[in-house]
Design a protein around this ligand. Sequence first.
Ligand code: FRU
Length: 325
Amino acid sequence: GGKQPTYRIGFSQCSMAGPWREAMLAGMERELSFHPDVELRMLDAHDNSQVQQQQIRELLRGGIDLLIVSPYEAGPVTPAVEEAYRRGVPVILLDRRTASGQYTAYVGGDNLEVGQTAARYAARLLNHHGRIIEVLGTPGSSATSERHQGFAQTLTAYPDMRVVSQVTGDWTEKKLPELATALKAHPEVSLIFAHNDGMGRGAAEICRQLGLDKKVKIIGVDGLAGKNEGLDLVQRGVETASVLYSPGGEDAIRTALSILHKQPYKRENMLGTIVIDSTNVRTMQQQTDKMITQQEDIERQQSLLQRLRATYASQQTVLYGLLVT
Ligand code: FRU
């Protein structure tokens, strides 16, 4: 202990609400546990772009070697991120983008592809005919505009598939008052594309209340493990499918270390996606269970190593004591 970190990474996180962001941070910490000389300082902007700008500037003032940022809204957060970049602090955009090309690398899912994948799946599910309600994330988030764009683009290939209403959910299931109104105004709707599983879960609940749960199918995004998360929702038939969107915490730290160590790295690091539905949800669950067990093994090994090191250090002290007397 007591040693100065070799590198300090500042992390401006748009929000820590919900298990997807927790999984992101856990992934970062998992990767960082192999690099004890790297210090991570995270500030949580609580879904507020003003706060996020201030926090980015605060991180810069504190002195950081690299900035990782997941912007709440692209536009408003851009000036502070550009400031960092222009000062020579490498910038990694994680999961969401700014409105600017001034960044060192992007790490995260391909949100255009997420939207396209959802649309192709919807078309197959509905045999190319159907009316859709789209439940969007926060309007200013890059993930919202890209998911929307990918979805709309791909739907143009299916003339009898149409989005008849759009509702903004702000990434949370608690903000869907307009959805019931939209569903009542459009009884022909047979599918909801929700930009994340949280809003998919909220949409399912509203459909249930309106007695539409047999009629309206729901596609979400994220595909997280855990109770009431994507895999579980698909498993229970609450959602028909979830498009996997990895939080990418490990990947962000790996890219950060390559940049800091002046090793080669890619500027665009797109994490793959896949549709999770009833045909593969069990396999996915088994895979994540296995990963959790492996992670527990790694943690056990790490604490064992720490204990060995402590024993070794105390033996050194004893030995030294014997030598000097
Ligand atoms: C979590 C979240 C995820 C979503 C991502 C988009 O804050 O809303 O559910 O996939 O952010 O950036």
